[in-house]
Write a protein that binds this ligand. Structure first.
Ligand code: SOE
Length: 406
């Protein structure tokens, strides 16, 4: 009989990377869970140490830190950058602080994972790309957190497109539908303030479908013709930590909503396909429905995040050639081998673990991760074009497409 005592942290003697995470709310919790599970279900060449969590509210930050096993808490993000035991800075704050934190972290020699959208403007995103590309030359890596790329069914869809199973792409339909703002009494959180969030549904969830379409097709949007709308223009002043809950924190005082509630736009891809996009927080009954459909000369793909383990695949012809419902949980499917036997479904949080594992692997192996800050800039340019088009009676607004993307 053998007894083996494992001292906590012993495994860390191998190769580890210290993570300093800034922000502790919805995204902070999702990322914390990702970092924790990265080592439990996968074997990246470097393991993460949950070294420090930073947040201005010491009590709230400490509570999240305790729940997820962070080793320490700082109340000023600058202190995280000064720490030698931090290798990776993970930015989970609202968009208005991304540029300052990311540029400073890269200049301090830290690898950076930054939540989406990359920034609140093209100009900020360009500064972040410049800093990232300078750092890259010194082996410092950066990534933007478009985490849905790492949903197995999405990664599988990309591989099918790359294998030519869809053929020449002719149509793309992309929707991101939520309904958490339908209640006009839900409070004016930071997500509804332009100076904090940059834009509304457009940047928060429209950014995801723009990135997903470009990721899966390997093409870019060449221009847009857009409409945006703010359905509820004033809301009770108040905030909730994650900016998302539908009720409970409002007061009698009303404040202006300064972002869009919904955005719809037409586009064309570099390969010539026609594309439609819709991002809304007012799709009553839809909670987190990312719906994508791609029709090509050889077949079609369809996905809905509310049934996220499934990819609908159509190929072939003849009277029996409908869509096949592929449950993307086989060990051969992307990321799945790290988890459970086939059919034991994955959820929203798993994408954050895949993101952490991929980032740790790329950092340890000296590779450039995707999506890069430049990929984030490409999305930011589309967001800006949508806003300009919507402000000019939907006039067709070109988007520069000369940036390489992953
Ligand atoms: C809120 O609309 C939100 O949490 C987004 O900010 C996330 O990026 C998305 O994953 C879910 O919805």
């Amino acid at each position: 009989m053998t007894r083996i005592d494992l001292t906590p942290g012993e495994a860390d003697d191998a190769s580890t990377l210290g993570v300093g995470m800034i922000g502790y709310s919805f995204m902070g919790r999702a990322h914390s869970n990702g970092w924790r599970n990265a080592r439990s279900f996968f074997t990246p060449p470097a393991l993460p140490r949950l070294t420090v969590l930073a947040g201005r509210n010491a009590e709230a930050a400490t509570q999240t830190a305790r729940q997820f096993g962070w080793q320490s808490v700082e109340t000023d993000w600058r202190a995280v950058l000064e720490r030698e035991d931090v290798d990776i800075v993970d930015i989970c704050t609202p968009g208005d602080s991304h540029v300052e934190i990311a540029v400073a972290a890269l200049e301090a020699g830290k690898h950076v994972l930054c939540e989406k959208p990359l920034a609140n403007s093209v100009e900020e995103a360009e500064r972040m790309v410049a800093a990232a590309e300078q750092a890259e030359a010194k082996g410092i890596r950066s990534m933007v957190g478009f985490t849905y790329r790492r949903v197995p069914a999405i990664a599988f869809a990309k591989s099918l497109v790359e294998d030519g199973r869809v053929g020449e792409i002719r149509h793309v339909r992309a929707q991101y539908l939520q309904d958490w703002l339908v209640d006009a009494s839900s409070p004016l959180s930071w997500r509804l303030q332009k100076e904090r969030a940059g834009s509304g549904a457009l940047g928060d969830i429209g950014a995801h479908i723009i990135d997903l379409v470009q990721f899966i097709t390997g093409e870019q949007l060449t221009g847009v013709s857009a409409l945006t709308e703010t359905f509820v223009r004033q809301r009770p002043v108040g905030d909730v930590a994650d900016g998302l809950r539908a009720s409970g924190a409002g007061s009698a005082e009303m404040g202006d909503v300064t972002v869009d509630d919904a955005a719809v736009f037409l586009s064309r891809l570099t390969g010539g396909a026609l594309a439609t996009f819709e991002a809304t927080r007012f799709a009553t009954g839809r909670k987190n429905a990312i719906r994508l459909e791609i029709n090509g000369s050889e077949g079609s793909l369809a996905f809905d995040f509310e049934d996220m383990n499934v990819l609908q695949v159509h190929s072939g012809s003849g009277p029996e050639a409908g869509f096949t419902r592929v449950v993307v949980t086989e060990p051969e499917h992307p990321y799945v081998a790290g988890w459970w036997p086939a059919g034991h479904m994955l959820g929203y949080e798993h994408g954050f673990t895949h993101q952490a594992v991929d980032f740790l692997t790329d950092v340890a192996q000296g590779r450039s991760p995707h999506p890069s800050f430049r990929d984030g800039l490409v999305v930011q340019r589309v967001l800006e074009a949508v806003e300009r088009s919507a402000a000019a009676e939907s006039v067709w607004t070109p988007v520069a497409t000369n940036d390489p993307t992953h």
